[in-house]
Design a protein around this ligand. Structure first.
Ligand SMILES: C[S@@+](CC[C@H](N)C(=O)[O-])C[C@H]1O[C@@H](n2cnc3c(N)ncnc32)[C@H](O)[C@@H]1O
Length: 407
């Protein structure tokens, strides 16, 4: 088998990256944009031993779960891996994927995985980073070539609008736009130089513009931050701080975290990897105190202001790496929330959690594989249940919230 070979295969299932799987003559094929029960002519694009990556040249039989894709940039862009799959089937796929990963990597019964929860599945992204050369768009999958995207199906419509207003891209490398769903805030961060004309025009639409100079951000127009509302709380988000990309789904997820914590007035809560303090503040109305730990300075600056804005007085924050401080804390929590980046928990943090004695740990994760690995390592805790969330609709990604009880 070599690159460029063309052959016909039957797709039998989907892999964890949303690609169709086929098997033939001792080879395993991973085919993008192909669904189970489809018969397709494929062209081989990469060969590694008996593992073959391929793309479809012709659909000989299409799945009844395939839908007509309304995004004209879909094929070339590749940012949405599953847009061609009926949305309800996307949800089934993600739920089953979490079950499979938990069985395989954490030895957990599939019944522990509850029904997936979801909000809106189009125009949900509140933050988008566009790559720019003579055109504005996204990197093609596995390449540095930019695909021009005039309107992104999953981005907030105000983000699409503001990007369409830019005329002169000659001195710009990258543009980040953040749109708040429940305030009118619209922030733009430009890596490069906006033309005077574009800048004047944009000022009518955006509430804040930053430019990146020597890797530092400078506010050249409007407010220093975006504000967003989740339930009863308002969050200030500085340009570099993390905030969940799907606002409505984030609210569903934070409600789940709160439910799993089953808080009472005497609880002492630790919120690890707390970002802008969003979870800690969201759950702060019940417990005695909350302590958030986060490495990003912008996020902690936002978190401190968020506590003030929301008049939350029982929360504190530490700006540092979780693994550097957890073992030195003069703070004994009986409930802990962890929401680490995709890579999951490091060894020191796993040991700290195992020895913490906390009654409940709620683990929020955007990567079920690292979640499963960590759940297996947290052996002083029993996994009670896991709820998946469709935070990143139309892509293969899935967010999970897991409840663990001290054994
Ligand atoms: C998935 S986000 C969660 C943020 C927050 N819980 C939320 O819901 O908005 C992960 C956060 O962990 C922070 N982070 C990454 N590595 C860290 C570390 N070693 N120690 C502390 N924070 C870290 C990132 O800056 C980011 O804000």
């Amino acid at each position: 088998m070599k690159t460029g070979d063309v052959l016909t295969v039957d797709i039998i299932s989907l892999d964890h990256f949303g690609r169709g799987i086929a098997k033939k003559d001792n080879f395993i094929f991973f085919v993008s944009n192909a669904l189970p029960l489809e018969i397709v002519d494929i062209k081989v694009v990469k060969v590694k031993k008996n593992i073959i990556e391929a793309e479809v040249c012709k659909y000989l039989k299409k799945s009844s779960d395939r839908v007509v894709v309304s995004c004209p940039f879909y094929e070339e862009c590749g940012g949405c891996d599953l847009l061609h799959l009926n949305y309800n089937k996307q949800l089934d796929y993600k739920q089953n994927k979490v079950k499979e990963i938990m069985r395989k990597f954490a030895n957990l019964d599939g019944d522990k995985v509850k029904d997936i929860k979801h909000a809106n599945n189009c125009h949900y992204r509140n933050k988008v980073i566009f790559k720019v050369d003579d055109k504005i768009g996204f990197y093609k999958k596995k390449s540095n070539d930019i695909v021009e995207v005039k309107e992104c199906y999953i981005s907030d419509e105000r983000i699409n609008k503001v990007i369409s207003l830019i005329r002169d891209t000659s001195n710009i490398k990258e543009i980040m736009v953040r749109a708040s769903k429940y305030t009118n805030d619209l922030m733009m961060v430009v890596d490069g130089v906006l033309s005077r004309e574009d800048l004047n025009f944009l000022k009518e639409y955006v509430t804040s513009i930053y430019v990146k100079e020597n890797n530092k951000l400078r506010n050249i127009y409007g407010h220093d931050a975006c504000y967003e509302k989740l339930g009863n709380y308002v969050y200030k988000i500085l340009p570099d701080a993390f905030f969940q990309v799907n606002t409505d789904c984030a609210k569903l997820m934070y409600d789940q975290v709160k439910e799993y914590l089953s808080l009472d007035i005497n609880d002492v809560v630790l919120d690890l990897y707390c970002g802008t303090g969003s979870i800690g503040i969201y759950i702060s109305d019940v417990p005695k105190k909350v302590l958030g730990i986060e490495v990003n300075r912008d996020a902690i600056t936002s978190a401190l202001e968020n506590a003030k804005i929301n008049e939350v007085s029982n929360i504190d924050f530490i700006c540092d790496k979780v693994e550097n401080v957890v073992n030195k804390l003069d703070y004994i929590p009986n409930k802990i929330v962890v929401d680490p980046p995709r890579s999951g928990l490091d060894g020191k943090t796993v040991s700290y959690l195992n020895d913490s004695g906390a009654d409940i740990i709620v683990y929020v994760s955007c990567d079920p594989v690292t979640l499963a690995r960590d759940l297996k390592l947290l052996d002083n805790y029993e996994v009670i249940e896991i709820t998946p969330f469709d935070m990143f609709s139309n892509t293969y990604h899935v967010e999970c919230v897991c409840l663990l009880n001290l054994r």
